[in-house]
Design a protein around this ligand. Structure first.
Ligand code: ATP
Length: 612
């Protein structure tokens, strides 16, 4: 049996030497490229030519590794395995190295350095902080590592007494400021008396403890060492601890212990804890306290930081909304348009002794366009607009909400003329004294104070929106604060038509837009602006789902059904829809008689009018 290593990356061969055919027959071929359909070896050590299944000619030099040459029978196999592993490793590594070098060629080192520099400049604060923390932790670790001492074996107090009585204890140290007693035993004397294990069991004891041992000669301590001395010290001490055993004092037993030591002639002393050890324990305490405290501190920082202040959240100017984008709420629009013209200085209200209203409260059901109106005011007035949700003032820590209100108004005053929009005012503006929520009351108080504090020529207008005006504190609604209350109600049919026209502006319709608007407006009594916007969006999505180019009447009808009844299995069953519709609109006889409501619905606009 002989084994050959092929001098290429393809693998290795094991061939049979004493072949009856007088040829070296291939027994095993573990090539990474499966090749060598037939191999013959005219002579060993000579070039081997083989043809792979891919038609490639391999030119491999074969070296003979005979077992006879090796003292150990198993050695060649082990070597071969090693070599095989080695080759595989290189085979895998090579393409990676090639990739890395090509990448390095592509991105020059200079550009990488530049990128790194730019990154550092961008995140300088973070990088500095991270580096400082890492260095501090590294130093802590180094210090702890260098000051590590081999700890003495902790034994029960009774063992110390037994050892003292048997006279094997050579010296004892009482540590000042702690309850530790360290002691050493003479191994020679120990052998003479008892076996080591009999005297000192290994388990860790506990006992009642007390301080107050008189100090005498101070034994060797390890105070005031330099780093190199420290390292040497710790290396030396790593093998042999200074004190072999340690135990804890028992209360009121010092006298007995002292008399025992005097009687046996044992050397005893007391010493303060070494400076290094004290520092070590302080550091460990600090670390073990700070690691769990860090997330808490971070939370606190997040809560208190000005970065979260609503004052920072000014709406970007790209989302400009005008009054043309709001329909169906004409009365509210007129009221707000007046304020805009006052802000722009178009109307000379001062001449008549009038003052600009400080606050406007938009009241109405959800989705009627209160927020949209406020945004339209900002867009039309062309002044800085601070939009916040009142819930952003609700804070964990008492006083933080009030501070945020103060910040917001300060910034708005600096940017005057400006508009502050507070959405869902009831989150902080609820009646005071109804709960024990001090934080909310303080926030509200601050809001009241800030709104009082405006000078009439300051031109900061607060627009607030709420769905629950009845829940608001009376002080908020008094004249001088939210003196103007504007009802933003559900749109009527004409209003719905106009709102639909706005939302259908960008939607390609199969039919005439006006016809569809009339149709949908007549079918959607009680729907508010948000519902209508949603219907248009759903219809466009449905059209997209069936791959249509434009939105058809059917899409819009289905979108209305979805808006009314939701999306469920019943949706697909028209007779179920009819049943639902019958329950809701019992006065619609013609529709209910039909098997398929949609078929009926497609009859024409007149047919839909019966729905509303
Ligand atoms: N009158 C309207 N004209 C045009 N679009 C409207 C109108 N009302 C609502 N919409 C549409 O509905 C969306 C939501 O409206 P908006 O957020 O203003 O309602 P809201 O009254 O503030 O609701 P909420 O009280 O729940 O905050 C708007 O973005 C807009 O697309």
């Amino acid at each position: 049996m002989a084994s050959f290593s092929v001098g290429s990356n393809d693998g290795f061969l094991i061939t049979q030497k004493n072949n009856p055919l007088g040829r070296y027959r291939n027994l095993c071929c573990s090539f990474s490229v499966p090749c060598c359909s037939s191999i013959s070896f005219p002579a060993l050590g000579i070039r081997n030519y083989c043809k792979s299944q891919h038609g490639l000619l391999c030119n491999n030099r074969i070296r003979l590794l005979t077992i006879e040459n090796c003292g150990n029978k198993h050695a060649p196999l082990g070597k071969r395995e090693n070599r095989d592993l080695h080759k595989r490793f290189w085979l895998r590594l090579r393409p990676r190295l090639r990739l890395l070098s090509s990448r390095l060629k592509r991105d020059s080192i200079r550009s990488m350095v530049n990128e790194f520099g730019a990154f550092l400049r961008k995140h300088l604060k973070r990088v500095t902080l991270t580096t400082a923390i890492s260095v501090a932790l590294g130093l802590f670790y180094l210090f702890l590592k260098l000051t590590t001492l081999p700890s003495p074996k902790i034994v029960p107090y009774s063992d110390l007494v037994t050892s003292l009585q048997s006279g094997v204890v050579t010296n004892v140290l009482f540590e000042e400021g702690s309850r530790r007693i360290y002691y050493n035993m003479d191994p020679q004397r120990l052998k003479n008396t008892q076996t080591f294990e009999e005297i000192v069991p290994v388990d860790v004891p506990n006992g009642n403890l007390d301080d107050g041992v008189s100090s005498q000669n101070v034994a060797r301590t390890h105070q005031g060492m330099g780093v190199s001395a420290l390292r040497k010290f710790s290396r030396n001490r790593a093998s042999t601890p200074e004190w072999q055993y340690s135990t804890r004092k028992i209360d009121h037993d010092e006298n007995f212990l002292l008399s025992l030591m005097r009687e046996k002639g044992t050397a005893y002393s007391s010493a303060p804890q070494s400076v290094l050890m004290s520092m070590r324990s302080i550091l460990i305490t600090i670390l073990s306290l700070w690691i769990p405290l860090t997330p808490l501190m971070w939370l606190l920082y997040r809560q208190l930081s000005a970065a979260n202040s609503p004052a920072k959240k000014r709406r970007p100017s790209s989302q400009i909304v005008s009054f043309d984008d709001v329909e169906g709420v004409d009365a509210a629009k007129v009221e707000l348009m007046e304020i805009v013209s006052c802000l722009q200085g178009a109307s000379d209200y001062n001449k008549l002794g009038a003052k600009l209203p400080r606050g406007v409260l938009l009241v109405g059901p959800p989705g009627t366009g209160k927020t949209l109106l406020a945004r339209a005011v900002a867009g039309e007035a062309g002044v800085p607009f601070f939009s916040v949700s009142a819930s952003e003032f609700v804070e964990l820590f008492v006083g933080r909400g009030a501070a945020r209100v103060r910040d917001l108004f300060n910034v708005a005053r600096k940017c005057a003329p400006s508009i502050i929009f507070i959405d869902e005012l009831d989150a902080v503006g609820g009646k005071r004294g109804r709960s024990f929520n001090d934080e909310r009351d303080q926030t509200l108080n601050q809001l009241l104070t800030e709104m009082d504090g405006f000078e009439s020529d300051m031109k900061v207008i607060v627009i607030a929106a709420t769905n629950r005006p009845e829940a608001l504190d009376a002080a908020l609604c008094r004249p001088g604060r939210f003196s103007r209350k504007v009802l933003v109600g559900e749109p009527d049919e004409e209003g719905r038509r106009k709102i639909l026209a706005i939302h259908l502006r960008e939607v390609p319709l199969e039919e005439d837009t006006r016809l569809i608007c009339n149709l949908v407006a007549s079918l959607t009594q009680g729907f508010v602006g948000a519902d209508l916007a949603n219907i248009v969006n759903e219809a466009a999505l449905l059209a997209g789902r069936r791959g249509g180019e434009s939105v058809t009447r059917e899409d819009i009808m289905e979108a209305i059904e979805r808006a009314r009844f939701g999306i469920n299995d019943k949706q697909s069953n028209p007779s179920t829809i009819s049943r639902e519709l019958r329950k809701l609109f019992p006065w619609m006889p013609s529709l209910m008689g039909s098997q398929d409501s949609r078929q009926y619905a497609l009859q024409g606009p007149l047919g839909y009018q019966t729905l509303s």
